[in-house]
Design a protein around this ligand. Structure first.
Ligand code: AMP
Length: 314
């Protein structure tokens, strides 16, 4: 088969195969699938950091064959968003993927994913895609339509047993999980905890946009979420807890697009902490970057953030 091979550090390390076309991908996976190997898929937009690597490591530990997709998906970017300047470094990504033990990197060009005449979308309806980032005054439901359409295509092209996502993008993970359940995709969705910098900032490819002063201010997002969680678990009414979070952001000169508490599964608004897990999510512009972060409050589970992988669908 005609595959590009990229080797990490030394020639003794295993190489990763780079695949550009879906027909080639299908051919490469035919035999492993026939032999009953367990296939893991980690979808990414590249510019890898430790958050991505934690997903790759989990896939490597749990699966026989690991496929990472590397595709900056244009349909999930709005007209005024950062598609053109989204950070890219394919050479470094391939090297890191090889080092993490990825078997195949699927890195198609845009025309391979969206050929001339492409006209189909996959959309999850309802509150899951209409609130927080899906609010029409923010990124809007079309953002999630772009996500679900490309993830559906990737699931069809790879046919993984397990697909790995990060809790960092909690709404995306919930939307993907709903799509998989509603459309009977035979795959388990694993959601892994947010990986953070030592000071608490959630890792993100977009952190590359931050100049040192903004990088320092950006830590207020995770501080704000911790303030909300601590206040809520300490018995404050949710509104007061959210106000404590707002104060952390204001102290850093950050005006959030939203800082909201929602039911972690349905994304319905919640007025008070009850028995069900609550997701507190924030989005805010910090300098040239739009950053998001979230924290799970699960009173039944000593406060939350403990879950490492959720069962999803089988
Ligand atoms: P992206 O390349 O930003 O589209 O992210 C690819 C996958 O990595 C998504 O499932 C993200 O949720 C996940 N991810 C991104 N940042 C983090 C992080 N800091 N911790 C854990 N997972 C992450």
């Amino acid at each position: 088969m005609d595959l590009d091979l990229v080797s990490p550090a030394t020639s003794n390390d295993p190489a990763v195969s780079v695949i550009r076309a879906k027909a080639q991908l299908r051919r490469a996976l035919e035999r492993p699938r026939r032999e009953g190997l367990r296939i893991g898929l980690v979808p990414t937009m590249g510019y890898l950091h430790d958050g991505h690597l934690s997903l790759l490591r989990a896939a490597r530990a749990e699966c026989d064959l690991v496929v990472m997709s590397l595709f900056v998906n244009p349909t999930q970017f709005g007209p005024g968003e950062d598609l053109d300047r989204y950070p890219r470094d394919e050479e470094r990504d391939l090297w890191l993927a090889a080092e993490a033990g990825v078997d195949f990197v699927y890195a198609p060009p845009v025309e391979e994913v969206y050929p001339e005449g492409f006209a189909t979308t996959v959309a999850v309806g309802g509150p899951l895609t209409e609130v927080l980032d899906g609010d029409p005054s923010r990124r809007g439901p079309s953002h999630f339509r772009g996500v679900t359409t490309v993830v559906a295509k990737l699931l069809n092209s790879v046919g993984p047993d397990v697909a790995y996502f990060g809790q960092k993008d909690a709404q995306q993970a919930a939307v993907v999980r709903r799509m998989v359940r509603d459309l009977d995709f035979p795959v388990r969705i694993a959601v892994l905890p947010t990986v953070r910098e030592p000071d608490g900032l959630a890792m993100s490819s977009r952190n590359a946009y931050l100049e040192p002063a903004d990088r320092e201010r950006a830590v207020a997002l995770s501080r704000a979420l911790a303030a909300v969680r601590d206040a809520a678990l300490g018995g404050s009414p949710l509104a007061a807890a959210l106000a404590a979070g707002e104060a952390e952001l204001a102290a850093a000169g950050i005006e959030p697009e939203y800082l909201e508490a929602r039911d972690a599964e349905t994304f319905a608004a919640v007025a008070e902490l009850g028995a069900r897990p609550v997701l507190v999510a924030v989005a805010a512009p910090v300098g040239p970057a739009r950053l998001i972060d979230n924290v799970l409050i699960d009173p039944a589970n000593h406060g939350g953030e403990a879950a490492t992988s959720s069962p999803g669908n089988d």
